[in-house]
Design a protein around this ligand. Structure first.
Ligand code: ASP
Length: 326
């Protein structure tokens, strides 16, 4: 059996509420050992060790915590007595953490992130099965080299593309137009696709330990939105991601403000508030190519990549290339 380390960070999988109910609870309460004890079969598939790294609602995650977590996981991943890692995490920001780790972990070993939509005290809590399947996937030979993956509701997702798409049901994640990497059936994994974009060992952001990340904010565009939000963000951010309408679009007022801020050296990424599709260069909204299109990344994932990109370069053209590669 493989040696799998569970690194617990909290979330609903460790949540506690009224016995049997799912509607109201506090995330990040139960210790990982208690969750493991509730799944006796898990000890038949792996030699497990577990650490309660933190126990928070995932809305308490932050760039500083991502950096600490990535450095900690990188230390664990070089150990010969660890074959793979499962990270338990709240679902609200799981997509951001998964993408961050996908870009910053220096390993070919499987790293699987999972969580739950129902607290541990709910009738038919989904956390135990998700954790069981995440451990099973971490043991699987075919799980090597896919980058960070997530397991949720019998489905395997890539850390790059996973997206929370439902804030209520247990089948809360999706991979947008790209489908999933595969399925889990009990402890068996079935792969049908590979992660295509660069990650983990091939990522330039995994090559040395991280210390801190430059500040990047997100500006949400809506009909009639004033451009002051861009001005405000520019006061202390090195980069801004715009969650634009349609293909990463916005008004003439924003076009003007974006142009002015770009000239001052703020890097601006155009992403879309629409869940599906791709953002390309736009001769209409950005005639002078001052912004960087986010490709298929959601605004929050574009922010993750822009923070990492800004930690290695301040050049728009290099950042444009980074957004094509990752
Ligand atoms: N608020 C919770 C969290 O993200 C939600 C969850 O885990 O499902 O920690």
């Amino acid at each position: 059996m493989k040696n799998i380390m569970i690194v617990a960070t909290g979330g609903t999988i460790a949540g506690v509420g009224e016995i049997g109910k799912s509607a109201s609870y506090q995330a990040g309460e139960i210790n990982i050992d208690e969750i493991i004890q509730s799944i006796p079969a898990i000890n038949h598939i792996a030699h497990l060790s577990a650490v309660q790294y933190m126990n928070v609602d995932s809305n308490e995650m932050s760039p500083a915590r991502w950096v600490q977590l990535a450095n900690y996981l990188n230390e664990l991943l070089v150990r010969e007595d660890i074959d793979g890692i499962v990270v338990t995490h709240g679902t609200d920001t799981l997509d951001e953490t998964a993408y961050f780790l996908n870009l910053t972990l220096r390993t070919y070993k499987p790293v699987i992130i999972t969580g739950a939509m129902r607290p541990a005290t709910a009738a038919s809590a989904d956390g135990p099965m998700n954790l069981y399947q995440a451990v099973a996937l971490a043991c699987h030979e075919e799980a090597l080299g896919h980058g960070v993956m997530a397991v949720f509701s019998d489905t395997i997702y890539s850390g790059r593309d996973i997206q929370k798409v439902n804030n209520f049901k247990t089948d809360a994640f999706d991979k947008k137009d790209f489908g999933c990497l595969g399925y889990m059936r009990d402890d068996q994994a079935y792969f049908f696709a590979r992660a295509f974009k660069k990650h983990t060992l091939q990522s330039e952001f995994s090559q040395q330990p991280l210390t801190s990340l430059p500040k990047v904010g997100i500006a949400y565009y809506y009909a009639g939105a004033g451009s002051e939000v861009l001005e405000t963000l520019a006061k202390d951010c090195k980069g801004i991601v715009i969650a634009g309408s349609g293909s990463g679009n916005y008004s003439k007022e924003w076009i003007e403000k974006v142009g002015a801020l770009s000239k001052k050296g703020i890097i601006i990424v155009r992403s879309s508030r629409v869940g599906h599709g791709i953002v390309f260069e736009s001769p209409v909204f950005d005639e002078e190519k001052q912004t960087v299109p986010s490709n298929t990344l959601s605004p929050q994932k574009a922010r993750v990549l822009l923070m990492l990109a800004l930690s290695v370069t301040k050049e728009t053209e290099k950042i444009r290339e980074i957004f094509n590669v990752y």
